[in-house]
Design a binder for this molecule. Structure first.
Ligand code: ADP
Length: 300
C-alpha cells in the first residue's frame, strides 16, 4: 500500500510554510482566540508573512476578531484562497463557510477530520513565515486530526493559554499531557487575564494601587473584604478563587517541566480590540496588555 495521497498533498502544501504553531487551551473563554488573533497581527506588523487558520469548527470566533465577518472564500485553480486582511496576513476559518453565523455546527468526528484535512490540503497560503492554528478548547477529534496531519509536515509546537484559576490550570495539565503523549513540543504556557494593571491615566483605583502597579483582582477582593468587612469573610465560600490568583501557571510550568511564556493582564482595551476585530498594538490608547503580549511574541 502506497503513502496516503491526502497526507502527501498536505506535506506538499505545507512545504512553503516555515513555522507552524498550534494555540491550545484546556477550557473555552480563557482568551485563546484573542491570543491567536493578536499574535497574528503582531507577527504581520513585524513584516512576517502570516496565515491564521481557525479550526474551532463548533465556535469559530476568528472572523469576528479580525473584523472579517460575512466574507466568502474564493476558489482558484490553486485552491481555496484565504481572506487577506493585509497583503501579509491571510485568514481561513470554518466561519467563512457557514451561511448563518449563529447556526450551530453539529458534526461528528469524521466530518470534522475531513474538513481539517481539506483546510491543510487545499488552502493556498503561498510562502508563509508563520501559520498560527487556533484550535478548539480541550483535546478532542480536531486535535487528534490536526496533530496527525501537521506532524507529517513538521510542527514547531503548541502554545497553551490559560487563566490563573485552578479550574483552568487543571485542564492545562491535561493539555500538556496530551502534547507529551502525541510528541508535540510545548513552546510555553501563557497566563491570560492575570491581574489588572492600573493605566496611568485612570485614577479610579489610585488609592488602592499606585499607577502602573498590578492589581491582583481576586487577591485584592479578598484583602478588601478582610480590611473593610471582616464579618463577611465567613461568607466567602469559594476561597480557592481568591487564593489561586497570580503565579499559578508559572508554578505549574515548573512542576511539569514546560516553559512559562508570561502573563497578560485583564485589559478592557484588549477586549474592545477583539470585539472590534482589530489589533491591540496599533491603537494609540493601546491597552496595558500590549507590552506583555509583545514580550511573549519576542520569545517565540
Ligand atoms: P477562547 O478562545 O479561549 O474561548 P476568547 O479569545 O474568545 O476565548 O476570549 C473570551 C473573551 O475574553 C473575549 O470577549 C475576549 O475579548 C476577552 N478577553 C480575552 N483576553 C482578555 C484580556 N486579557 N483582557 C480582557 N478581556 C480579554
Amino acid at each position: 500500500k502506497g503513502p496516503d495521497p491526502d497526507l502527501v498533498a498536505i506535506v506538499e502544501r505545507m512545504a512553503t510554510v516555515k513555522h507552524k504553531i498550534l494555540v491550545l487551551s484546556g477550557k473555552g473563554g480563557v482568551g485563546k482566540s484573542t491570543f491567536s488573533a493578536q499574535v497574528s497581527f503582531a507577527l504581520a506588523d513585524m513584516d512576517y508573512q502570516v496565515g491564521l487558520l481557525d479550526i474551532d469548527i463548533c465556535g469559530p470566533s476568528i472572523p469576528k476578531m479580525l473584523g472579517l465577518e460575512g466574507q466568502d472564500i474564493h476558489q482558484s485553480n490553486l485552491g481555496w484562497s484565504p481572506i487577506y486582511l493585509e497583503s501579509n496576513l491571510g485568514v481561513m476559518s470554518i466561519g467563512f463557510m457557514l451561511p448563518h453565523p449563529d447556526e450551530a455546527v453539529i458534526w461528528r468526528g469524521p466530518r470534522k477530520n475531513g474538513l481539517i484535512k481539506q483546510f491543510l490540503k487545499d488552502v493556498h497560503w503561498g510562502e508563509l513565515d508563520y501559520l498560527v492554528v487556533d484550535a478548539p478548547p480541550g483535546t478532542s477529534d480536531e486535535h487528534i486530526s490536526i496533530v496527525q496531519f501537521l506532524q507529517a509536515t513538521g510542527i514547531d509546537g503548541a502554545i497553551i493559554v490559560t487563566t490563573p484559576q485552578q479550574v483552568s490550570l487543571i485542564d492545562v495539565r491535561k493539555e500538556i499531557s496530551f502534547c507529551k503523549k502525541v510528541g508535540i513540543r510545548v513552546l510555553g504556557v501563557v497566563e491570560n487575564m492575570s491581574g489588572l494593571r492600573q493605566p496611568i491615566s485612570d485614577l479610579k483605583f489610585a488609592k488602592l494601587s499606585d499607577a502602573g502597579d498590578e492589581i491582583d483582582v481576586t487577591g485584592w477582593a479578598l484583602n478588601h473584604i478582610k480590611t473593610n468587612a471582616p464579618e463577611l469573610l465567613s461568607m466567602v465560600a469559594c476561597s480557592e478563587v481568591f487564593d489561586s490568583s497570580g503565579g499559578g501557571a508559572a508554578k505549574m510550568c515548573m512542576e511539569m517541566g514546560v516553559p512559562f511564556l508570561g502573563k497578560v493582564p485583564l485589559d478592557p482595551q484588549l477586549c474592545k480590540a477583539a470585539e472590534e476585530g482589530r489589533s491591540c498594538f496599533a491603537d494609540q490608547k493601546c491597552g496595558t496588555s500590549a507590552p506583555s503580549l509583545r514580550r511573549i511574541i519576542e520569545k517565540l
